[in-house]
Design a protein around this ligand. Structure first.
Ligand code: SF4
Length: 610
């Protein structure tokens, strides 16, 4: 087995064996692998070993571009350590790699339309340089690729490749290349491809993407990283919304180009606004006026004309075209609804997209640091019963380095919410926070509960609270201030499921304890209710799959920020009586060793005294 380190860590070896067994038997695997196991190495090592032996391709999928780096680094290390001769490609969507500065301002729909038109009309010099249309261009593009590959090594991160493509010279002259097309050509020669969920799991793109990179699903080992969010992410890719604000912009575009569609768009806006004024409700297809194929074609052409004539980078007509093309899709997996934000066509079942891919693929490995209960993720992503294995590994970190506490002294249950309850919660949290000799994060189920608790929260430490509408820069500043307080201690108040609670590391003294206040259940509304009903009908587990388990995952994710490496010591407090209820408690990973108490501050104090 090719491996990137001297020897595997505890449990890593077990995971390597399980992954290899599954891929060699053409099976799928769902893996709960807590932080510290080294899951990226544990999955890539056997997958690449098998792929090189059997001439298969490995796809490593992540939900965010920022998560590509860890896989790219691991692939590089694996090849270097074992002196392997293979190539890997790091692929990011066209919009994020485009070397043409003019397109920077384009929105999603408009970017793809402009890019497609430029390629078709041979108007993108970067595309011509990287791929070419004429024989002469194609020959030059071939030579450019050859030059790029000369010092490519095993893999280059997308950032490095974009930079190289932007600065590429040919015959001593600047000759920038389309980085996306270059990466795709490298992918054709690659055994491993790092890319995003939507490249492989989104049916409208997957077929064309696989063809472009010259791979077949049946010969592909697909690794889905951070799989705890995969179902929600895929559902959101498949869902579409129509807002009155977008329609207003589209009407302006139609007016400017004197399009007869203006009247139709105005009627659509009136109907959408009327629905948005009513209480949230489930609606039928005929709640909106019908747009036939010709109308849709015309709308798309109008959007394109608008971009061309005005030289703008955004067309609302194109966004509406995308919504209306999906609107007629009649299926029980979709919910048509309206609320104050407009009209929505929401996908409730990620299996619609992943089911077919799972059937065809050689193997799919879905993994995460918090993937419990595994059964739910198997169902939600549409894994086949007969071909799927599930594994849960223990945390490799010393158990004595952590204490996990449930306190049932308070609750944020809706029926029990009151000023008195919030005061009690604030009191409990204050005691815990003041006992911790360093930084503490307190995660709340919502901004509303956070506000109520903070009203009575008076710890002996500075408090930094996440703001509901802060910009990324403001959020980064807040986080930096909190981290800088590591030597004297501060409190970070944030919402579970938010950007401070998931996909972020607080190493060492950056975070010594976390308090999870209440169960972060989704707001109960039409959409959650529909999801619960749908999951009940499909899996007989509506309440758990649609409401309870996702909330528990958010709570466990937030708590998991404390211990990120084997030297970290930390305390976690789950503050709500419901955490001890059987249905909730079974979501905790088996190795959490939870302590039930009514005095969490005392337990935390004793732990830090040791
Ligand atoms: S072909 Fe490439 S360089 Fe040209 S617009 Fe599209 S993404 Fe940008």
């Amino acid at each position: 087995m090719f491996f990137s380190h001297e020897r595997p860590r505890p449990h890593q070896k077990e995971m390597i064996g399980d992954v290899y067994k599954c891929v060699s038997e053409r099976k799928h695997l769902l893996v709960h692998a807590p932080t510290g196991i080294g899951k990226t190495a544990a999955v890539l090592s056997p997958a690449i070993t098998y792929a090189l032996e059997e001439n298969k391709a490995v796809f490593f999928l992540t939900p965010k571009i920022s998560q590509h780096k860890i896989a790219v680094d691991e692939i590089k290390a694996l090849a270097e350590k074992n002196k392997l001769q293979f190539t890997a490609a790091d692929i990011v969507g066209r919009k994020y790699t485009c070397v043409d500065p003019i397109l920077e301002a384009a929105d999603h729909h408009s970017f793809y339309e402009i890019c497609a038109r430029r390629r078709k009309n041979e108007a993108c010099q970067y595309y011509n340089n990287a791929k070419g249309n004429t024989k002469r261009q194609k020959d030059a593009a071939g030579l450019a690729l050859q030059k790029i590959m000369e010092n490519y090594g095993t893999v280059k991160s997308n950032n490095e490749l974009v930079q190289e493509c932007a600065e590429f010279k040919y015959g001593g002259k600047k000759h920038a290349l389309c980085a996306y097309e270059t990466a795709m050509q490298i992918a054709r020669q690659s055994s491993v491809i790092v890319c995003d969920y939507f490249h492989v799991l989104y049916p409208h793109i997957a077929g064309a993407f696989m063809k472009k990179v010259g791979k077949k699903l049946e010969d592909s080992i697909i690794i889905v990283d951070e799989a705890q969010n995969a179902s929600e992410r895929i559902r959101s890719i498949l869902s579409h919304s129509l807002a009155p604000f977008t329609l207003k912009r589209a009407i302006k575009e139609a007016g400017l180009l004197k399009s007869p569609l203006k009247k139709k768009l105005e009627k659509l806006k009136r109907d959408t606004e009327a629905l948005a004024k009513k209480e949230p409700q489930v609606i039928k297809q005929n709640a909106l006026p019908t747009w036939d194929e010709d109308d849709l074609e015309e709308l798309k052409a109008l959007g394109n004309d608008y971009l061309e004539t005005t030289n703008r980078m955004r067309s609302a007509c194109l966004a509406i075209h995308s919504f209306l093309s999906m609107w007629p899709v009649e299926s029980q997996e979709y919910l048509r609804m309206s609320n104050a934000r407009g009209v929505h066509h929401n996908c409730m079942d990620a299996g619609v997209a992943t089911g077919g891919i799972l059937k065809e693929a050689h193997s799919v490995i879905a993994m995460s640091g918090t993937l419990t209960p595994l059964e739910m993720y198997k169902d939600l992503l549409g894994f086949e019963e007969e071909r799927t294995e599930m594994r849960q590994y223990e945390s490799p970190f010393p158990r004595e380095n952590r204490v996990n506490i449930i306190s049932d002294s308070v609750t944020t249950r809706y029926a029990k919410r009151s000023d008195e309850q919030y005061q009690k919660i604030a009191g409990e949290v204050t005691k815990v926070v003041d006992t911790v000799p360093g930084n503490v994060a307190v995660f709340f189920p919502s901004y509303r509960v956070m506000r109520e608790v903070l009203f009575n929260f008076k710890p002996n430490k500075p408090v930094y609270s996440q703001k509901e509408r802060s910009t990324p820069t403001q959020a980064a500043q807040l986080l930096a201030q909190f981290r800088e307080s590591r030597h004297f201690g501060a409190v970070l108040c944030a919402v579970a499921g938010g950007s401070f609670a998931e996909g972020i590391d607080y190493p060492g003294r950056d975070l010594m304890a976390a308090v999870v206040v209440g169960v972060p259940l989704a707001e109960w509304g039409l959409e959650t209710q529909a999801l619960v009903e749908y999951y009940e009908y499909k899996f007989g587990a509506g309440w758990n799959y649609g409401y309870l388990y996702p909330a528990m995952n958010r709570a466990i994710q937030a708590a998991g920020r404390v211990i990120r490496n084997e030297d970290d010591r930390g305390a976690i407090v789950f503050l709500d009586e419901r955490f001890k209820w059987a249905n909730y408690a079974k979501c905790f990973p088996q190795d959490m060793d939870l302590v039930l108490t009514r005095d969490p501050a005392y337990c935390v104090g004793e732990f830090f005294k040791q």
